[in-house]
Design a protein around this ligand. Structure first.
Ligand code: GLP
Length: 249
């Protein structure tokens, strides 16, 4: 794992956008695995700036990690809406090349199978990840086991509480989601894990320096050969100076 610690989230976003741009320029049919949450917002802002300064994204395919079950696409807290608002309405990725699980699907197992087929047909070049306060990636929650394929997940109480800041009340937070499984994440050629703020410091240290454990899902990234961890001073505050040099583990 490579580790980079930035002074500001904006700097981190610009750095990560440059990694994304490299993939977009190098690959004939670039496929980006994208994440939601507050963390990747500086990345999306920087990507929009790159687009406005000439980066063509018409040949890009995007595959999002997850979606809440039971809220429609036009709901302001759906991940479809988030992506539209923060990225897609500003850039020229064609709608037909944007993939997000359908959280309103009547047949959820069929929707999960359909999504795995999308992933199979579009191997991911670069996967962007945030991390939940409990170590989840996508919505792969801490558990005795991790699920490899796209699946329906019952969100853990701490995840519902953490995500309640985006909803009117705790009761309004969906309790289930569809998430890409860990296999698709680990099959990405490159992975960028982003985390900001002191509230992520403990889990980041456990994920990148601790044991590989299914109750810290992000720790499985230690098994991948090309992961860049992008932090700010807050999220890096539990990582000792020696581990902060460019390479961890
Ligand atoms: C949600 C998403 C995750 C994301 C996490 C952290 O639960 N499913 O993909 O990493 O939130 O969110 P934030 O970046 O707002 O801390």
């Amino acid at each position: 794992m490579r580790l980079r610690v930035f002074q500001t989230q904006r700097d981190a976003g610009v750095y990560t956008a440059a990694q994304v741009e490299r993939i977009i320029l190098e690959e004939e049919r670039p496929v980006l695995g994208l994440a939601t949450g507050s963390t990747p917002i500086p990345l999306y802002e920087a990507l929009v700036h790159l687009y406005q300064s000439g980066l063509d994204m018409a040949h890009v395919t995007t595959i999002n990690l997850d979606e809440y079950i039971g809220i429609p696409a036009m709901h302001p807290q759906s991940y479809r809406f988030f992506m539209q608002h923060n990225l897609f309405r500003h850039v020229n990725v064609p709608l037909s090349q944007i993939h997000i699980p359908d959280g309103m699907a009547l047949d959820l197992p069929a929707e999960c199978a359909r999504y795995d087929e999308v992933i199979r047909k579009h191997p991911i070049h670069l996967q962007v990840l945030g991390i939940g306060v409990n170590g989840h990636i996508g919505f792969n929650e801490p558990d005795d086991l991790l699920v490899s394929k796209t699946h329906v997940v019952h969100l853990r109480q701490e995840t519902v509480e953490s995500n309640a800041r985006f909803f009117a009340s705790l009761d309004d937070v969906p309790k289930r989601a569809i998430t890409m499984g860990v296999q698709a994440i680990l099959q990405a050629q490159h992975i960028v894990l982003m985390a900001f703020g002191e509230e992520k410091a403990d889990i980041v240290a456990r994920a990148i320096l601790g044991e590989v454990r299914t109750d810290v899902p992000a720790s499985i990234l230690q098994l991948h050969r090309d992961v860049t961890v992008i932090l700010d001073e807050g999220s890096a505050s539990k990582i000792d100076a020696a581990s902060r040099t460019a390479t961890v583990v």
